[in-house]
Design a protein around this ligand. Structure first.
Ligand code: HEM
Length: 412
């Protein structure tokens, strides 16, 4: 008698799924490469080649219904929210901010990033213990990105912004809706951005908010990108808002993954200490291994035939980057963290029209963090329970990563 295994269930909203998605992803790739969720009404692609082909096909897979797979897509997305905009407007808006994030421009920030990281590591280097997520992974992108954007890096406004940035991600498990905390954070953040953009118009500075407010771009009705009165619904606020949301959490996720995997793989950590030139490869492997943005949504413009399934036009399709990165059709031994892996390409920054704008900055922050911290942490080990950050179902981020180590100078 043959026993049929039950069909795979992929429910990205479930708390249980989030604790360990990897087996489900493997089953999806093997048995349901075009998955249909009757319960939630979406299709999902999980193999590397299919996900990559979809992100590069901007005619078939549109973004106007949002990359988020919960109510963030309809409730937070607004004019100017770059990842959710299709062409031609997308390219016009992206051009306003593109130059700031080109590798050469970002490279100039290296000394500042090193100063930030060194200051943070100094605070715990003598203690022999730290929570890498709280003490390093979160504070680095806050400090660096707030500076780039031109948001206050000290004082009560900064505290408000940090609180709101967490509030924006407040969700209950198994529930796609925004909580009241998230709604409040949304309105407060947008009102604050509108206010600070008006202030930059009066007194421009050398920062990204000033770049936005001085951009000479109009929409097809001739309305300027930075209108005379900027309010929370203005396109310019939408663009500032998505930058504010995109720059911190994902970078924090990358940093924590890198430190976690190097704790779990001491031979590879030793290899990095012996040869720091491999650190960039380790950053790419951390990105591949645990994609911070696990999944992004698209909407089809036409019927798509794939693996014997027809995805009709106007359907939501979830592109599972986290699964594409673990596809055994693409990588040898994909569940192994391996900094010497030859296949470096991954989907964690996506590709094409919506490929991550901030990739050079995230890579710089991660490289410098490892360069500065690894020699000072020596043979660190994970010393307590790791905890996931409660966020939207798209994201996978650590909130706590406790470690212990022997402070330098005390090991003789
Ligand atoms: C490790 C850190 C990061 C990861 C893993 C990441 C990942 C991604 C991914 C996967 C997308 C494409 C979403 C889609 O499928 O449509 C994206 C888009 C984007 N990212 Fe990042 N991101 C990171 C850091 C940053 C930073 C530091 C910024 C700061 C500017 C940023 C800004 C953006 C923006 C503005 C977009 C939309 C681009 C567009 O639609 O043209 N990201 N990011």
């Amino acid at each position: 008698m043959t026993t049929l295994s039950p069909p795979v269930v992929y429910d990205p909203y479930s708390a249980v799924f989030k604790t360990d998605p990897w087996l489900v992803y493997r089953q999806l790739r093997d048995t349901a490469p075009v998955y249909v969720s009757e319960r939630w009404g979406f299709y999902a692609l999980s193999r590397f080649d299919d996900v990559r082909a979809a992100v590069r096909d901007h005619e078939t897979y549109l973004s106007f219904e949002g990359i988020d797979i919960d109510d963030t897509a309809k409730d937070m997305s607004a004019p100017g929210f770059l990842p959710d905009i299709d062409n031609p407007r997308h390219d016009q808006l992206r051009r306003i901010v593109q130059r700031t994030f080109l590798p050469r421009a970002i490279g100039k920030l290296e000394d500042d990033v090193r100063r930030v990281v060194t200051g943070l590591v100094d605070r715990f280097a003598d203690k022999g213990e730290a929570d890498i997520a709280q003490d390093l992974s979160w504070p680095i992108p806050y400090a660096v990105f707030f500076d780039v954007l031109g948001l206050p890096t000290t004082g009560s406004h900064r505290e408000d912004l940090v609180r709101w940035s967490h509030g924006l991600k407040d969700r209950e498990h198994d529930d796609p809706r925004l909580t009241p905390v998230a709604w409040d954070a949304l309105h407060c953040t947008k009102d604050y951005l509108a206010e600070i953009l008006m202030a930059r118009r009066r007194n421009p500075r050398e920062d990204l908010l000033s770049t936005l407010v001085t951009a000479a771009v109009e929409d097809h009705d001739g309305v300027p990108f930075a209108p005379p009165v900027i309010d929370r619904d203005s396109e310019i606020v939408g663009l500032a808002f998505v930058l504010f949301m995109a720059g911190v959490e994902s970078t924090s996720a990358l940093l924590s993954t890198a430190f976690r995997e190097l704790a779990l793989n001491p031979d590879q950590r030793a290899a990095l200490l012996a040869d720091p030139s491999q650190i960039s490869a380790a950053v790419e492997e951390a990105l591949r291994f645990d994609a911070p943005l696990q999944v992004a949504g698209r909407t089809t413009t036409r019927d798509v035939e794939l693996h014997g399934v027809t995805i009709p036009a106007e359907q939501r399709v979830f592109l599972i980057y986290g699964s594409a990165n673990r596809d055994e059709r693409q990588y040898e031994d994909p569940d192994r963290f391996d900094i010497s892996r030859r296949q470096k390409r991954h989907m964690s920054f996506s590709e094409g029209l919506h490929g991550c704008l901030g990739a050079p900055l995230a890579r710089l922050e991660a490289r410098v963090a490892l360069e500065v911290a690894l020699p000072r942490l020596g043979d660190y080990v994970i010393s307590g329970p790791m905890q996931q950050y409660r966020s939207t179902p798209n994201m996978r981020v650590l909130d706590h990563l406790p470690i212990s180590f022997t402070p330098a100078g005390r090991n003789s």
